[in-house]
Design a protein around this ligand. Structure first.
Ligand SMILES: [Zn+2]
Length: 263
């Protein structure tokens, strides 16, 4: 099983090597902005690392986009941004583009959010579909999120499952979102048939807190590191830490996961 890290976009492979990672995730544009990605300065090196199998690459889409939104001025640019990031991620050989599940507002029927997701996939299908897997990530907070509670995730998959989307399970988000980690992988497999990527994060906050503050695995008071190990073991897929990196925290998390998964 590969263990990776979310690193700075400037030079992802150097960042990955420094952390002892063999998978790497990064942004291709400002995560808080709406700008289309431009050619990565290390594009050739990234493509080669992906093609040779030295690294698995994952691209995280900007946080601002929301494919579920009932607001045209958010939903329409979100579709465009996902398409642009999917093209750019595929161009460097990434295995998937991670997109958060999104949300509607309290005034909306959440089914409209699921229908909006379907329209995004339908729109992409008209031009041959997305050029790489879209990995939908569960989120931690909010009462109107499409992928916080797994019962909503099931409704989302009812809407889009026939397009073959992928799933990214974030341990911090599931725990703080109020889903028990012990049963999470089995339940999600029952819903989606797959878990493609684990975001292996500790949490500063408690169960069902609705908060989203990632922590290093040794610094996660309520979400036990061993639970994260069990999730990765059950999922049997690549895991990426999105934890703080002060004092080499990510390298420590990766080393811990490797050691526990090997035993
Ligand atoms: Zn995540």
């Amino acid at each position: 099983m590969r263990i990776g890290a979310h690193v700075d976009s400037d030079d992802p492979l150097t960042g990955a090597r420094e952390r002892g990672a063999d998978a790497v995730q990064f942004f291709l544009a400002d995560p808080q902005g709406w700008k289309a990605p431009t050619e990565h300065p290390h594009a050739a090196e990234l493509r080669e690392a992906a093609a040779s199998g030295e690294f698995e690459l994952y691209v995280h889409a900007p946080y601002v986009l929301n494919l579920a939104s009932t607001n045209n001025r958010i939903r329409i640019p979100s579709r465009k941004l996902v398409a642009q990031h999917a093209e750019a991620a595929a161009a460097i050989g990434a295995k998937g583009l991670i997109v958060h599940g999104g949300h509607v507002t309290a005034a909306d029927d959440i089914q409209v959010g699921f229908d909006n997701w379907r329209k995004a996939f339908e729109g992409a299908a008209k031009t041959g579909g997305y050029p790489l897997p879209i990995l939908i990530e569960n989120t931690a907070g909010g009462d109107h999120a499409c992928a916080r509670r797994f019962d909503n995730l099931a409704r989302l998959w009812d809407a889009i499952g026939d397009f073959g989307p992928g799933l990214c399970l974030d341990t911090c988000h599931a725990f703080c979102g109020g889903e028990e980690l012990g049963a999470a992988v089995d339940r999600l497999r029952g819903i989606t048939g797959r878990v493609d990527l684990v975001h292996a994060n500790g949490s500063r906050d408690g169960f069902d807190s609705g908060r989203d503050r990632h922590a290093n695995l040794a610094d996660s008071p309520d979400l036990a590191a061993e639970q994260v190990v069990e999730v990765i073991r059950a999922a049997g897929c690549t895991a990426v830490v999105e934890t703080p990196n002060a004092d080499g925290g990510q390298a420590t998390d990766i080393a811990y996961l490797r050691e526990r998964l090997a035993s």
